[in-house]
Design a protein around this ligand. Sequence first.
Ligand SMILES: NC(=O)c1ccc[n+]([C@@H]2O[C@H](COP(=O)([O-])OP(=O)(O)OC[C@H]3O[C@@H](n4cnc5c(N)ncnc54)[C@H](OP(=O)(O)O)[C@@H]3O)[C@@H](O)[C@H]2O)c1
Length: 305
Amino acid sequence: MRNIQLGKSGLNSSRFIYGCMRITGDNSSADRAKGKLALRTAIEAGYNHFDHADIYAGGLSESLFAEVLKESPGLREQLIITSKAGIRIEDTPNPGDPKCYDFSRDYLVNSVDGILKRLEIETLDMFLLHRPDYLFNAAEVADTLMQLHSAGKVKHFGVSNFTPSQVSLLQSALPLPLMVNQVEINIHNINSFTDGTLDQCQQLGITPVAWCPLGGVAYSAWGNTFSAADEQRIENELTLQVEKYQCQSWQVILAWLLKHPAQIFPIIGSTTPERILAAKHSLELDYSREDWYRLLEARNGEPVP
Ligand SMILES: NC(=O)c1ccc[n+]([C@@H]2O[C@H](COP(=O)([O-])OP(=O)(O)OC[C@H]3O[C@@H](n4cnc5c(N)ncnc54)[C@H](OP(=O)(O)O)[C@@H]3O)[C@@H](O)[C@H]2O)c1
């Protein structure tokens, strides 16, 4: 596994981050065992960075992760642990409350305390604001993050699903550099290529992290809006590239993301050991500019202007 510095953090993260959103499955003992095996496979394969959120399986993903940490003394120090908060599910704290985003001081501080308790660790390596709270006050949020940092609860900060202007706003009030913007990036959703997100990441040295990196093609997820004709064109191009690079189509799709000079870190969320291991092969592909544009053209249905 190749490692690169995350933002300006000094943290040496594996290029693939392992996503813990699905590790508990339906929370049956069989699914939990499968999740633990996925985590151990990822660790053995060289993934050293694990992505959580307080809302994944209602906190159970973090608790399951804590079990794996406890089973291997010394493991925690070898890993980068990220978690996120800021999304309040409906009916919390009171029945009838709507689902909302909440960056208020009390909410974020309590959320981080809950994360640390479930993970059974003292300090989070990275804390991300999960989705931008429409009502966020940059000065107040920056102050809250500094409070979490001073208390030794969080080492580094980042954001998720923020627009470039929201990143700029928060960064303008925050004395510490934001390390990460975690957004959806895949062959289906390339908004970050054109909305300034990846430009800003390059400019400010923020690491773009791609959630759902295979979305929409290798499997159906998160509202694939491609038509059958779009899918066929992409599949035809992928078939040619699979032949050329001697790999699987989803490995080509990962290579397509890795090619971007902003140095996108894909999050791998598969719980299948073979896939967790095989993802690494995409790091070895000498993926060409021409093939990058061929796949873009297949996606768009027309050549670039
Ligand atoms: N910040 C955010 O708003 C946000 C939103 C969503 C997700 N995330 C993060 O991103 C991580 C990854 O997201 P994700 O789990 O949606 O994406 P993913 O890694 O693309 O995996 C999602 C699903 O696709 C299947 N899959 C994976 N690779 C496959 C392949 N090669 N062929 C066929 N099926 C395949 C997996 O099934 P198997 O398990 O059976 O292999 C899994 O059910 C999450 O764990 C979470 O950490 C963040």
